[in-house]
Ligand binder design. Structure first.
Ligand code: UDP
Ligand code: MG
Length: 153
């Protein structure tokens, strides 16, 4: 099954939305395979947001991502990268559809509560960036037959 990397940003931690976001992940049937709290620094953010380091908003973005610890997660499911990006919603929370995490929980284009990998290739790179191999538990729930039909997973 596919895996994706998720960060609950300081805007999620500080606004006490962690439980609600994790509930939405689990109620969808997405499996949590890794979870930890960590304090990000400039070095990891320059790597993680390499596509944005030259943008004028990068210093503000980096500061917003270091304002508190984050919660990093590895999520697992069939097509989970695409499914979870859809659940996340578009970057600007004010434009995100109601029903998405950003569309339900934030009003900002920067303090938009969550990061999710945008491709299978980037998910692999990002999981390696934030997790050591022994921190990812690729387990299968005992009742997996109730998550997916025969041959689906
Ligand atoms: N961001 C920002 N201003 C912008 C665009 C992006 O502060 O004009 C921040 C925002 O927090 C976003 C992150 O940079 O989530 C990464 O941007 P990206 O375009 O990769 O969006 P995402 O994949 O998070 O939707
Ligand atoms: Mg992105």
């Amino acid at each position: 099954m596919e895996q994706t990397l998720v960060l609950l940003k300081p805007s999620c931690i500080e606004r006490c939305l962690v439980g609600q976001v994790i509930t939405r992940i689990q109620q969808r049937g997405i499996i949590i395979c890794g979870l930890k709290m960590m304090q990000l620094d400039e070095k990891i953010l320059r790597e993680h947001y390499a596509h944005l380091v030259d943008k004028p908003f990068f210093p503000g973005l980096a500061a917003s991502m270091m304002a508190s610890p984050v919660i990093a997660m590895v999520l697992k499911g069939v097509d989970v990268v695409e499914v979870f990006r859809k659940m996340t919603g578009v970057t600007n929370g004010r434009k995100a559809e109601p029903g998405t995490l950003r569309g339900d929980f934030c009003m900002s284009g920067q303090a938009n509560i969550i990061h999710a990998s945008d491709s299978v290739e980037n998910a692999k790179i990002e999981i390696n960036r934030f997790f050591r191999p022994e921190e990812v538990f690729d387990y299968t729930p005992a009742n997996i037959a109730f998550y997916y039909g025969d041959g689906e997973n």
